[in-house]
Ligand binder design. Sequence first.
Ligand code: GLC
Length: 528
Amino acid sequence: MVKYEWWHEAVVYQIYPRSFMDSDGDGIGDLAGIASELDYLSGTLGVDAIWISPFYPSPMADFGYDVADYTDVDPMFGTLADFDALVEGAHERDLRVIIDWVPNHSSSRHPWFVESRSSRDNPKRDWYVWKDPAPDGSEPNNWISVFSGPAWTFDEHTGQYYLHSFLAEQPDINWRNDETRAAMLDTLRFWLRRGVDGFRLDACHFAMKDPLYRSNPMLDVPRHGYKNLGEYDSFEHIHDRGHPDIHGLFREVRAILDEFSADRPRFSVGEIHLEGEEWASYYGNGDELHMPYYFGMLHGDWTAAWARDVVETQERVLPPGAWPNHVLGNHDEIRIATRYGERRARLATLMLLTLRGTPTIYYGDELGMAQAEIPPDRQQDPWGRRQPGLGRDGCRTPMQWTIGEHAGFTTGRPWLATVDPDRTRNVEAQLRDPDSMLSLTRRLIEVRKGSRALRTGPYEAIEGLPETVFAYLRRAGGETVHVYLNFGDEPVRVPAEGTLLVATQSAGSGPVDGVLMLDGLDGAVLGS
Ligand code: GLC
């Protein structure tokens, strides 16, 4: 039996702080900007928790995922006092605050790394991963950075290579050193004391690698995931991430969260791009991550069979008592409205918000914000500059609030341009339109919140429907909710009973004489 805590029942909303709301006119969003929109988040939209991407002091080589101080706020985003005010304002509204924590690497400008690279006998030398060159002077092994090129950079001054699974500006922390481990874990306590409700752990299974630093085997045929990572995909990544010792680390993280959970449970969600049983192993025996993010919905061939498989694969591999989750977008992916198209994005949102498991909405997806096209010479994202086509600026453009200039995001010049040519994909316009994506999302959240079946009921597939339809029911406390999703372009008729609670566009007023009509790409939620 699952004991339902806030994070089981929450709808989470991800905020990319550079792009959410700018309070001081410098064209970059900030914490005070987020604080000024808490009524939108908890009132208008109705989400229960926000996850804020990094706002730590950073040289911004990877826009904050290169942390130069784990216990402070970058002046660009504000101050610790602004953070405290944000948490206080959020908690007054019963809104939980989850922050990003980047365990695998710091910035190369973090004082720890500056010391570590200063000499071979510096006490912090071993806080990072330093290795001698191979006999021919080349890298110590064949590991590749996710962002392309060798995962090792040679330091002339001390004559050794250091490891970086991402940019050279993001040296990997040595989690096998007890002092580093203690110092890093203390940074969790710092934020827990400040009242945060949980952490999203960035690229966290990278934190433990093979202690012998062996080369990865090369694949005969490159194995691309849903993104083609080039040379990175030519290797089997068995040594450079996910070493079994990672589970011990996650148990320690969990114990710290539990230390602070007397008043309310503190929560962890890990960014882990794996599948199947391996993915599921990160729940541990209920003593590791509360959940590893499940990314199955981010990519697929958009058929009813695909959607069902995404849902049921996760359900099947979940350890007993573990809680599922779904994600449609984040700061690394192509915007859903562009990836699947606008109408499909509506259907996908209906699915996200009616499935079992904690849903996370990426800011702006509730407006159907589109992916911006940024020409290669204007890419700001380091990944896009190194590997054309993989740039992530397009999903990081400013939130669109109003029909006014720069969509009301800033009074200055936004760091990336907004994308609202016909001025319809903004909060102001969509609040007035009952058929807008925002109105649909608000209604779905409202229905979910009001329904114990949707929040907690098990998932049961409904069989025997046309091939293009994926349908399921959720049942709890005497209440049953049926969800019908037509992934096809043609209208379908399905046998159904119940009252229409919400629909993507044209399910009319619900079933008539036991038959529900669904247009192409239409979905409906029925209660009984
Ligand atoms: C994660 C983040 C991504 C970042 C990378 C390195 O994948 O989501 O934005 O660039 O880690 O920290």
